[in-house]
Design a protein around this ligand. Structure first.
Ligand code: ARG
Ligand code: ZN
Length: 883
């Protein structure tokens, strides 16, 4: 059943307090809930409809009187009271559930012997009958009873107010959360866990106990997560003036978790891979992800929990904003430029294809069948770009004013994206024209820019022409409000001072208080629009969309020589990187055409020269260098082709990598040698940057598959003292289908088989491989003793990894598609959310040639015809087929 934003109605009943009691057992678990219900309109007696799924109803009482069969209606998804009392009343419901059989990992379930919950978006209805919607905000207590030996630790939201022993070796704990919350923020954990304890003193002097819970053997690996949490608490105070509001903050790590983590009030639950780290077992990327996600979930306490969403269509209200906040946090903890490059790459690689395919949806979707399918890169990452645009338009201080007003107006409420927009606007008296279209129009705008210099008039003109492509359900689009940050470089590579610009018949001054300005934000709002800079005394080279000021595709008329110039000189480091990427994309597309016409491939020496000078430039940040010499992926290139050709894109990328490695071999070898670790692992920017540069140099070299380079990679593998370098060396060697590859892979497994997070890396590396015919390997790995279809991380590594291989997933004989089709059907019976994420790999099937189209379509049809298909997979598969 499809649900529409336009059908939103206020609830007929509010819930004031909710008292839950869990009696946890091995065979069955009882849940009793006692709710004080308040009609929204005094005296009305509309039916009260509660959501519920996979529940066994034991009893229902209204005002302490048990209801008989005919007093309520029960179907597979609802419990309805047709005529509840008018006025305030209490409702008591007892259900029986079976967490030990719950493989969907939604609601209450067991993960390696411990009980835990995941309620967002709509999992609370698998625990008890409830109005499962975020605009129902109530104060909760939660009493948990369980066997004391098996479940010594009992956790829920808020403060622990009572605990004690019971008969038969059982015990209990009573928790009370003083803050009103929607049920998706409810959480419960019971198990054999131990905690790393620390504390944080807030600006106001509140001493907060911090506890990170894991099985005891994992405790040593929680140090970085604790460090990240304290850094996040401090940062939110410093940057947004936001403090923590309780005396206790718990984080629990569980190995079976559908997503990354969950911001339940004061009881965050995390996928273990985003908590556990040690230098020997986690890479720099893992450390950075932990920092970002610990921050993200903590930041939700204000953006999500204190102020929440009115309905699920508003998801980006909390997710876009919180992703923006975690991006800024990570920027401030490391390198701002490098973080921006990573975030923009993520947007391009994952969100642009979504925005151009059958699952394209606005940042605020208009409808859904299964909400879980809308926890997407569009809602999260494009949503974060939308928030970033407010900051670009208002400046840091203006943005902060908007945030302050947002909390002042909406603390304790469930609100909409317009409320956020209005706070930003009102706090700054800003004129935001049609900015709200960013929430309602899907599709990535394309902006074409043409420039011209008038030497007599000393003016420089930029003409913009925007186009928003049609997307499902939105054939015609309106022009959007696009902030374009611009600077002009003079012939020495310096930014020119910008004095004023002609636009819309007026001359607007850019200089502020007589101070020269070197970068300005143009407000592009029309389909076609011209801006003419005055007092430009030589032909400039424009640096456009600095810092990637809007999530668009920019097509400029810059010449190749201009791009090389920007690559060498732009003061905006993001645009230096971008200039290199534009050059690389152009070059790769040209070579793809040559490859398809069976012409010999020749690499432009200017390109190699450009990369060489970046590689050798001692003034540049090493992590920036690593990013700048990384070629765009096959996906990005396919995204720019009329018919995506995975074989050509891959062949060209491999060809360029080998050429570069050959021609810069000396530099690359010294890069490896000069960037080895001198002492132990440190997680800080300089050390990460050094390792990143060393590792990419090694990957280039190993692509050559010559004895000298392979020996170097083997040496790095054997001498590595941390996972970042060890795994990079393994991956470098594994590029080539050699005997060495098999030996090193086997060696790595035997070293790490006891550590499931490291084994997942090993699965992913093999699964993603482009070595010919790899589908057979991956099939075999499904039967590997360490693999388990019930664990999402393992599925994401092996199946998700495989779908990332352009060559093998898209194998022309259809073997990759057939493999995925079979796995999806099997998985759907176990875990629909995970199956649905996997089936998404088919969604862009129309981008490929006829043969591939038919093969992929056949798999989608096979999936659609499966009995008992989940709504999750149904939604993605049917939308992909365009049915
Ligand atoms: N709110 C969580 C986060 O971003 C994501 C939980 C989504 N879970 C789900 N099953 N859809 O931080
Ligand atoms: Zn989130």
């Amino acid at each position: 059943k499809e649900i529409f934003l336009k059908d939103y109605k206020l609830p007929d009943y509010y819930f004031d307090t909710v008292d839950l009691k869990f009696s946890l057992g091995e065979e069955k678990t009882y849940v009793s809930s006692k709710i004080s219900v308040i009609p929204r309109v005094e005296g009305s007696s509309a039916p009260l409809v509660l959501n519920g799924q996979d529940l066994n109803l034991v009893s229902v009482k209204v005002n302490e009187k048990e209801l008989k069969d005919g007093d309520y209606l029960l179907d597979s998804r609802h419990l309805t009271l047709p005529s509840p009392p008018s006025g305030v009343f209490t409702l008591e419901i007892v259900t029986e559930i079976y967490p030990q059989k719950n493989t969907s990992l939604e609601g209450l379930y067991k993960s390696s012997g411990n009980f835990c919950t995941q309620c967002e978006a709509e999992g609370f209805r698998k625990i008890t009958y409830y109005q499962d919607r975020p605009d129902i905000m109530a104060r909760y207590t939660c009493r948990i009873e369980a066997d004391k030996a098996l479940y010594p630790v009992l956790l829920s939201n808020g403060n622990l107010i009572e605990q004690g022993d019971l008969e038969d070796g059982r015990h209990y704990a009573l928790w009370e959360d003083p803050f009103k919350k929607p049920c998706y923020l409810f959480a419960l954990v019971a198990g054999k866990l131990e905690s790393r304890d620390d504390s944080f003193i807030t600006r106001a002097g509140r001493k907060v106990s911090l506890r990170i819970w894991t099985p005891s053997q994992d405790l040593p690996k929680t140090g970085h997560a604790m460090h990240s949490l304290k850094a996040a608490m401090k940062w939110d105070e410093d940057v947004f003036g936001l403090e923590y509001d309780l005396d206790l903050f718990n984080i629990v790590a569980v190995p079976d978790f559908n997503m990354g983590a969950m911001e339940n009030k004061s009881l965050n639950i995390f996928n273990s891979k985003l908590v556990l780290a040690s230098p020997e077992t986690a890479t720099d990327a893992d450390y950075a992800a932990i920092l970002g996600v610990i921050g993200h979930e903590y930041f939700h306490n204000w953006t999500g929990n204190r102020v929440t969403c009115r309905d699920w269509f508003q998801l980006s209200l909390k997710e876009g904003l919180t992703v923006f906040r975690d991006q800024e946090f990570s920027s401030d903890m490391g390198s701002r430029t490098v973080k921006r490059i990573s975030d923009v790459s993520k947007l391009r690689i994952y969100q642009y294809p979504q925005d151009a395919g059958p699952m394209a949806h606005p940042v605020r979707p208009h409808s859904y069948i299964k909400m879980d399918n809308f926890y997407t890169v569009t809602v999260y990452e494009k949503g974060a770009e939308v928030v970033r645009m407010y900051k670009t338009l208002l400046g840091s201080q203006g943005f902060r004013k908007g945030m302050d007003l947002y909390f002042q107006r909406h603390d304790g409420q469930a609100v909409t994206c317009e409320d956020f927009f209005a706070a930003m606007r009102d706090a700054n008296d800003a004129e935001f024209s049609n900015f709200l279209l960013w929430y309602s129009q899907a599709g990535t705008p394309t902006v074409k820019v043409t420039s011209s210099y008038n030497a007599e008039a000393h003016t420089f003109s930029l003409k913009f022409c925007q186009e928003v492509p049609p997307t499902p359900g939105q054939p015609v689009k309106e022009p959007m409000f696009i902030p374009v940050s611009v600077g002009l470089l003079d012939s020495t590579g310096k930014d020119m001072p910008l004095s004023s610009v002609h636009h819309d018949g007026t001359l607007q001054s850019i200089a502020k208080d007589g101070q020269p300005v070197y970068s300005t934000v143009l407000r592009v709002t029309k389909k076609e629009e011209e801006f003419v800079f005055a007092d430009v005394h030589e032909r400039p080279i424009p640096s456009l969309l600095r810092g990637f000021s809007a999530p668009i595709r920019l097509e400029s008329d810059l010449a190749e020589s201009d791009l090389f110039f920007l690559l060498a000189h732009d003061s905006d480091e993001f645009n230096r990187w971008e200039a290199g990427q534009v050059l690389a994309r152009k070059l790769m597309l040209t070579l793809v055409a040559d490859f398809q016409q069976k012409k010999p491939l020749v690499l432009d020496p200017k390109f190699v020269h450009g990369l060489g000078s970046i590689l050798r430039d001692p003034s540049l940040d090493k992590e920036f260098i690593a990013k700048a010499i990384t070629l765009p992926g096959e996906g990005e290139i396919m995204d720019m082709m009329d018919v995506a050709d995975p074989d050509a894109a891959h062949a060209v990328r491999v060809f360029i990598r080998k050429q570069i490695a050959q021609e810069l071999k000396g530099d690359l070898i010294s890069t490896v040698e000069n960037n080895r670790s001198s002492d132990g692992y440190v997680f800080n920017h300089d050390n990460m940057a050094r390792r990143a540069l060393k590792n990419i140099a090694l990957a280039y070299l190993a692509a050559l598959d010559d004895p000298e380079c392979t020996a170097l990679a083997m040496h790095e593998y054997q001498t590595a003292t941390n996972m970042t370098e060890q795994f990079a060396a393994l991956a470098a060697i594994a590029q080539n289908p050699t005997k060495t590859r098999e030996e090193v892979l086997a060696d790595f497994y035997s070293k790490w088989q006891h550590d499931f997070l490291v084994v997942n890396k090993w699965f992913a590396l093999q699964a993603m491989s482009n070595i010919p015919g790899n589908v057979e390997n991956v099939r075999n790995l499904l039967n590997h003793p360490a693999f388990d279809l019930r664990n999402p991380n393992k599925v994401y590594s092996l199946i998700g990894g495989f779908c990332g291989s352009p060559v093998n997933f898209h194998a022309k004989d259809g073997s990759g598609y057939k493999f995925l089709g079979e796995v999806v059907v099997q998985l759907d019976k176990i875990n629909p959310q995970v199956a649905s994420r996997m089936v998404s790999a088919f969604s862009r099937w129309r981008r490929y040639d006829g043969t591939r189209q038919n093969l992929a379509k056949a798999q989608l049809e096979m999936i659609m015809s499966t009995n008992g298909l989940s709504e999750n997979v149904f939604e993605i598969a049917s939308k992909s087929l365009g049915a």
